[in-house]
Design a protein around this ligand. Structure first.
Ligand code: ADP
Ligand code: MG
Length: 585
């Protein structure tokens, strides 16, 4: 995460009102208000990958709550801030609960729908003043200081901007932050690492909505009146523009985007009519074209472009040592960990797994082999809860798990890697592996935002570093995971799985793409894990690798088990030779 010299920036912001004209202060105030909403979108859309066009409606809830309660009931603005936040949280929770479960286009469409309906609600409720709105909103008083002018208000707005940025930056650099970033890779990996993804989505959504609500509260007391116009869908779209143009993956991008778009609009509004010799909303047209151009030239927004111009910062390249995290008690040697009984999985008419049974014991390497399409990965998905079996029973350490979500299975000590690597390519190897330690920490949003989670965080990162060293990727600890060769990325996934302290490891083609020497290292590592009492179920195509490592082998073809036994006997089985080697003697 990028960190700017905050004190210098704060000092600059502090002296600005003393030097700048009123008009510029007004612009800066608006930029600050927009930036607060856009920071929320960075978290929601940039980090968690959930697109919302409806943030303006939450700004409206914050603004209308305070406007109505202060003017009609004479409540203190500080009290109405809390009421507005509570109301926003309730509405956001309700809306999020309904819409966040919808994947694909449904979520953005849902946000458009609520953006429109809340806007019309503001305009049609008589007690909120209809389309004329509410005027006479009182100023905010801070320690006896009445914030009446824009110049006074400026400090409050930018204080909130800086606090929001600090809190979100802290959050991103934490256990919760990693779980939110994991959402962007789809929910399958996050769930397999134990992340409660519906919960994580709601958290991101609530934080973004609350920031928008605070912005609305500030807006109402800056303007001293509210009407529905600024909370319309077009403004919701503009917020998203700001975040995207600034750089949706970066908190400072929100400020940059808010500033750029506000200034650009202002400038176009002033100059275009003069240039064209007639008035009209030409700025929106030019504005739209400019947006398209910017996004075409810089897909990740402008903040990364600016970062590249700055001299490279000295990055932290060391992981602090910490006490070793507590480990789960070992299963008794040779006790059965996993018992798959008559499991079937159908995809429509296709029977991908047909009444398959197998067992894996502690301290055993079991290999699952078979031609492509035999149903091996499908079985892994059934076992790990990614896609539940159609039929059959699965027991893990004595408990039935075939209907459990994968995060609950992960909590019980099963961890896995994926045939198609699921890493967050832009994040470092260290951060990727630390996602695996999710269930070994407990600190939530508030401690993370306030940086009260540092002791636990040190422990989690030290554990991740240990696992990275263990799999032999120490030199790549701080490299972006996506920059590694594919074979090495598979090893990163093994480190991530190990980081959860599993007693059963599911590895889907771990040796694919590795060189001979690397395969030997991997075999050695897996052998060591077995000796420590871990159970390992692996899918692999390299027969030398499998036969040298596995204690037992299950052979699959067309979704069915055709042979099972120690490697030597399986290798001689005529059915296996027929199916697997295509009958070649
Ligand atoms: P393997 O890992 O042994 O190569 P898979 O388990 O990936 O095989 O696939 C088994 C069969 O199930 C294949 O025919 C594949 O096309 C099919 N299959 C796998 N996943 C799905 C899915 N999500 N939807 C439909 N068919 C699938
Ligand atoms: Mg497969």
């Amino acid at each position: 995460m990028c960190r700017l010299p905050l004190p210098a920036l704060a000092a600059l912001l502090a002296v600005a009102p003393l030097l700048l004209p009123e008009f510029t202060i007004t612009l800066l105030n608006y930029i600050g208000l927009y930036a607060i909403v856009a920071v929320g979108l960075v978290l929601l859309t940039g980090v968690a990958g959930l697109t919302s066009f409806g943030q303006a409606a939450f700004v409206g809830i914050g603004a209308y709550t305070t406007a109505w309660l202060t003017t009609t009931w004479g409540w203190s603005p500080w009290l109405t801030l809390l009421v507005g936040l509570a109301l926003t949280a309730m509405i956001a929770f309700f809306l999020g609960f309904i819409t966040l479960r919808m994947g694909g286009h449904y979520l953005p469409l849902g946000t458009i729908a609520w953006g429109i309906s809340l806007y019309f609600l503001f305009g049609n409720l008589e007690f909120l003043g209809g389309h004329t709105g509410i005027s006479g909103v009182p100023p905010v008083t801070l320690f006896g200081w009445e914030l009446k002018s824009g110049r006074d208000f400026y400090y409050l707005i930018w204080l909130v901007v800086l606090l929001a940025i600090a809190a979100i930056s802290n959050l991103l650099d934490s256990r919760v932050g990693r779980s939110l970033r994991a959402l962007k890779g789809g929910t399958v990996m996050a769930e397999a690492m134990g992340v409660n993804t519906p919960h994580a989505k709601i958290v991101a959504f609530l934080i973004a909505a609350l920031l928008a609500s605070v912005s609305g509260w500030l807006y109402a007391h800056l303007q001293r009146f509210v009407n529905p116009t600024p909370f319309a869908l077009t403004q919701g779209i503009e917020y998203l523009f700001m975040a995207v143009v600034g750089g949706i993956g970066h908190v400072w991008g929100a400020v940059l985007g808010a500033g750029l778009i506000t200034l650009l609009k202002q400038w176009l509004q002033d100059w275009l009519p003069q240039l064209l010799g007639q008035s009209g909303n030409f700025e929106m047209i030019v504005f739209g074209i400019a947006m398209v151009l910017i996004l075409q030239r810089a897909r990740d927004g402008l903040w990364p472009v600016i970062l590249k111009q700055l001299p490279a910062r000295h990055e932290k390249r060391q992981v602090a040592t910490a006490e070793i995290l507590p480990k789960r008690p070992l299963a008794a040697a040779n006790s059965v960990l996993l018992e798959v009984h008559e499991v079937s999985k159908n995809f429509g008419g296709l029977v991908a797994n047909n009444r398959l049974s197998l067992r894996v014991a502690a301290g055993e390497v079991m290999a699952l082999i078979g031609p492509n399409g035999a149903g091996k990965s499908t079985l892994f998905n059934c076992i790990s809860g990614v896609a539940p079996a159609t039929d059959g029973e699965i027991r893990f350490i004595g408990e039935r798990i075939e209907r459990m979500p994968s995060r609950d299975i992960a909590r019980r000590g099963m961890s896995r890697t994926f045939q198609h690597v699921r890493l967050l390519g832009q994040m470092s190897v260290l951060e990727n592996v630390a996602i695996g330690a999710h269930l070994r920490g407990t600190q939530g949003v508030l401690p993370a935002a306030l940086r009260l989670d540092r002791a636990e965080e040190r422990g989690l990162l030290a554990e991740a570093a240990r696992q990275i060293e263990r799999v032999g990727l120490g030199e790549h600890m701080f490299d972006a995971a996506g920059s590694l060769a594919l074979g090495k990325q598979r090893i990163v996934e093994i480190a991530r799985a190990l980081c959860s302290d599993p007693c059963l490891l599911l590895l889907d083609e771990p040796a694919a793409g590795l060189r001979y020497r690397e395969k030997q290292d991997l075999a050695e590592l897996l052998g060591k894990l077995r000796n420590e009492g871990m159970g390992i179920l692996l899918v692999e195509h390299d027969m030398d690798f499998v036969m040298g490592l596995a204690d037992r082998v299950v052979v699959m073809e067309f979704g069915e088990k055709i042979a099972e036994g120690v490697p030597e006997s399986v290798q001689r089985d005529p059915r296996v030779l027929e199916a697997y080697l295509g009958g070649v003697d």
